[in-house]
Design a protein around this ligand. Structure first.
Ligand SMILES: [Zn+2]
Length: 261
């Protein structure tokens, strides 16, 4: 699942080519009730959590969620596509450019954005952290905090990488129940998420801890030594979607009554 900073990079590539242009062609590989007509102006290209939103004049919005394997590719007109045409889910053509979305599981053309249920975007530098913390109350009290963090209804932008890295940075075990996480720690988690995501916007390898570019504390490091304490990093598949979760058993105290992996 792409992290929020990945989606922002996608949007940063698409926006200069598409925003403000007139639509030449829109193909959506899926029956949709209505489409913007050729000539309609593309108003904006934005990220909301993990959704890419392309808004057209007149109120229709094309919403894409890239899932595990989806991607947006921008081609100069006439340039061959870099992935097979049968994988294309949608094509947005404007003068000089074709933006093609491949393999995305979610493509929708909507009048009111379906991303409305997504919480505030943690990739925004001035995100409302209080609103994010308040939305945590929408989760069941026995939800593990790692799952709360990746719940896009709470806040947009956190995938498996950040879920694990944020919990490490805050010294909290990702399997701690929400009801055992006090308000100050909830703020700390959201503030840390915001800082890590914002600092990783733009180019360069994702970096979530001290060290050379690309350094991460726990993600995909199971069995390796924690750089802070030397303990072996652990991993489990957790939550209803069995998503990978990593932690240091010493820096992140195991909760008293954790669920079985
Ligand atoms: Zn450690």
């Amino acid at each position: 699942m792409p992290e929020g900073d990945t989606i922002h990079r996608v949007v940063d590539r698409l926006r200069p080519a598409l925003a403000g242009q007139r639509l030449v062609r829109l193909e959506v590989r899926r029956r949709v009730p209505r489409q913007p007509a050729p000539g309609t102006r593309l108003e904006a290209v934005t990220a909301r959590g993990k959704h890419v939103l392309i808004a057209f004049d007149g109120g229709l919005t094309l919403r894409t969620h890239l899932g595990m394997h989806g991607s947006w590719q921008l081609h100069a007109a006439g340039e061959p596509w870099r992935r097979p045409a049968h994988l294309a889910r949608e094509v947005v053509e404007v003068d000089g450019w074709e933006a093609v979305c491949f393999s995305a599981p979610t493509v929708a053309l909507e009048r009111v954005s379906g991303a409305a249920h997504v919480g505030p975007d943690l990739c925004e530098p001035d995100v409302d952290l209080t609103a994010c913390v308040a939305r945590m109350d929408g989760c069941a009290p026995d939800t593990e905090i790692g799952d709360v963090l990746s719940d896009q209804r709470v806040a947009g932008g956190i995938g498996n990488v950040y879920k694990s890295e944020i919990c490490f940075a805050c010294g909290i075990h990702p399997r701690t129940r929400l009801r055992d996480v006090d308000t100050a720690t909830r703020y700390d988690l959201m503030r840390t998420a915001n800082q890590l995501l914002v600092s990783n916007l733009g180019r360069g390898p994702r970096t979530t801890t001290a060290g050379p570019p690309g350094s991460v504390a726990v993600y995909q490091r199971q069995g390796e030594r924690c750089r802070r304490c030397g303990a072996r990093i652990e991993m489990a598949r957790t939550g209803p979607h069995r998503r990978v979760t990593y932690w240091c058993p010493d820096c992140q105290a195991r909760p008293q009554k954790a669920a079985e992996p």
